[in-house]
Design a protein around this ligand. Structure first.
Ligand SMILES: NC(=O)c1ccc[n+]([C@@H]2O[C@H](COP(=O)([O-])OP(=O)(O)OC[C@H]3O[C@@H](n4cnc5c(N)ncnc54)[C@H](OP(=O)(O)O)[C@@H]3O)[C@@H](O)[C@H]2O)c1
Length: 237
């Protein structure tokens, strides 16, 4: 539920999905939105928007942001990178380290820094992952691994924070029409609709939200396979 009491913090808020998350939070009546970006600038002309400078790979930057935004009740970990690198590509190890540093350790750093505020406000976290947390695309193998790590992180975090009254959600979209997927020719999700679907998680019944038909069909297929595997196991025991 988003209302005037909601104090949201969005990373990577300067463009792409992050900018739409800020826009949709404002449209839904959030009382304050910290719009964090590496430059510290925001295009939003709204008194409720507070620009914050943030690099999620930097301990000091994250600690500073958490101090400024100590009243945060909804943390949206949206910042991410995709080096579009296969496992055997020439610079694959460097790309993989960079992706893990932002997508996995960066998110981890953020939740550790914001946990005290979120616990105090009995708030919520939305981690923006990807359907590629559940399946592998060889042309971006290390990205998939970093998002899969992000999913495990989200699950562990949910278990740790739920007893403190903090809900932790994972948003798993398919391809979105942003800079990140510029080279992808297939169908892409509208960033504003994706932002809305991610925020809807707060009032839904699921902690893992698959966004768009591609992500939903893949998740359905994975669930069926799991059910079939389980059924097979039962029939032989
Ligand atoms: N686009 C897709 O097809 C797609 C699909 C599934 C999931 N996602 C996920 O959706 C999220 C948003 O991606 P997008 O599509 O909006 O991509 P985008 O347009 O490339 O935006 C990425 C954002 O992350 C920020 N960022 C990158 N590294 C950062 C760091 N170290 N510290 C702070 N901010 C950093 C960028 O800041 P700068 O402007 O300073 O670079 C930018 O604001 C990501 O987590 C992505 O993995 C995207």
């Amino acid at each position: 539920m988003i209302d005037r009491h909601t104090v949201a913090f969005v990373s990577g808020a300067n463009r792409g999905l992050g900018a739409q998350l800020v826009a949709r939070l404002l449209a839904r009546g959030a009382g304050r939105v910290y719009a964090a970006s590496r430059t510290g600038h925001t295009e939003f002309d709204d008194a409720r928007v507070i620009p914050v400078t943030l690099d999620i790979t930097d301990d000091d930057s994250v600690a500073h942001a958490a101090r400024i935004a100590a009243d945060t009740t909804l943390l949206v970990n949206n910042a991410g990178i995709n080096r579009q690198s296969g496992i055997l590509a020439q610079h694959a190890m460097d790309d993989a380290r960079a992706e893990m540093d932002v997508n996995y350790f960066g998110t981890w750093r953020m939740v550790r820094a914001f946990a005290p505020s979120l616990i105090e406000g009995k708030g919520a976290i939305i981690n923006v992952l990807s359907i590629l947390a559940r399946v592998s695309l060889p042309s971006m193998g290390s990205l998939c691994a970093s998002k899969a790590a992000g999913l495990r992180l989200t699950e562990c975090l949910r278990a740790e924070l739920m007893p403190h009254g903090v809900s932790v959600f994972a948003a798993l979209p398919g391809a979105i029409d942003t800079d990140m997927s510029r080279g992808f020719d297939g169908a892409k999700l509208d960033p504003a609709a994706t932002a809305d679907a991610a925020l809807d998680a707060l009032t839904g019944e699921l902690y893992e939200v698959y966004i768009g038909s591609m992500a939903q069909e893949l998740a359905h297929g994975l669930a069926l396979e799991r059910a079939a595997t389980q059924a097979q196991l039962l029939s032989t025991s």
